[in-house]
Design a protein around this ligand. Sequence first.
Ligand SMILES: [Ca+2]
Ligand SMILES: [Ca+2]
Ligand SMILES: [Ca+2]
Length: 497
Amino acid sequence: MPRTLLVLAALTLVPRLSAEEAVEEKMAPPVVAALAQDRPVPVIVLCRSQLLAMPAGFDAFCRENAGGKRSELRREVIAKLKALAANGEQEAVLKAAGAPDGAERLWIVNAVVATLSPAKIRNVAALDAVRYVYAGTERAPAAGPGRVSEVIARGKRGPFSAEGLVVPWNLEKIGAVRVWKERALAGEGVVVAMLDAGTNYAHEDLRGNIWRNPRETPNNGKDDDGNGYVDDLYGYDFETGTCEVRAAGPQQHGTWTAGIVAGDGAGGTVTGVAPRAQLMLLKGMSTRGAALAIQYALEHGADILNMSFSIPGLGNGRGFWRLMSEQAVCAGLVLVSGCGNFQQQQPIPVQIRIPEGIPCVIGAGGLDQDLNVPKFCSLGPVEWASVRFYGDHPHPPGLTKPDVCGFTGPGYPVLAAADKGYIDPNTKIQGNSFSSPHISGVAALMLSAAPELPAWRVREILEATAADVGEKGKDNRTGAGLARAWEAVRGAEEAVK
Ligand SMILES: [Ca+2]
Ligand SMILES: [Ca+2]
Ligand SMILES: [Ca+2]
């Protein structure tokens, strides 16, 4: 048979999608389901052009930039991402959507967040400029100015010393104490962004370490630095559209996690792995909130993003998170997330969720004081075979997670909700929300020693220097084992020599 006829024969065998089916193929199943209900739906529209190919682009980028400097990568990658976001595809989306109120253009991924009617979603999905329409979770809040409740005076800080302070076992066992003492490193020059539920920045053990937006005048009702956010002094709450990021009430998740990163012992007990790191305070734990938070963190100089939360059931939306995370890591942001507390509630391979199940996100598993895995800790592996545009890591065997372990508690003090004091002994509060800031703290010590270390190397070095636990080698209960700050700092220094 002549070659052309063979090709024609092959073509006729492929079932042809109708135009309508082809458009629906570009929508996540929850979006398709919502179309039938004839009401506006929050969506995230993924445009055609992206920095990284899915799934292989991230590993290729890391290989090509193995000798890169983190500060240069940040500048270059942000510039490339912003150029992609301005290439006309987002304009085409907004036009096809009828310029909807409240639409937000992103650049960390070339995408548009909007709430659209079914007819407009069909218009948008039909565009060549659109690769996929993910389900969104919320409408953009009507931004209110808000106020920060206290403007903390900045004092000069001397070098960190734990002399005369109580230092709990978890900081000793993870190796932080040795790094402070022998290397005089405590996270100096490193900004850790906390994407959490609000933090009591007035706590005496945190207030010396709260990051401040240097070009924003607080509480004047103006966006002084022109970044789109009014009075964002310590960070921003992307969920409610206000600058106030202080936690209220007795359950202060964000105060506990912040304390484990950088509690400096001003009240007598050191709680933080990196007591001279600075904390940028961000809120917004949805897909939209996290995208805006990551953009903010990158543009305002954060080095690490701690995410002590976990989102189930995102379906193909996991792919959006993975692309966003990979592009953020390329731009020099170290991403850390606790592996969750769902061992007895959900099956493998979905116990470890988003963001901690993403390959480039450092998934922090948990150990107790005796290096046993508490029975609530989520276990790996994680599958990616079902996720649109990725399709790698089929289960079994899946992607091995966690990556490395911190301590879940209880048994060490955490910060009290009031402006001073500790919950000590900490007999009840525990979880992988606490494992994560241990790892963020160790990462802060590493970047304090080696600021130009590319972000993806942090996970590799943490794993290579961890103390193996349980089954030999990296395993699905404890990852590479317990993080060791001293060895990780040395590894980071070695890597940038
Ligand atoms: Ca501002
Ligand atoms: Ca202002
Ligand atoms: Ca092991």
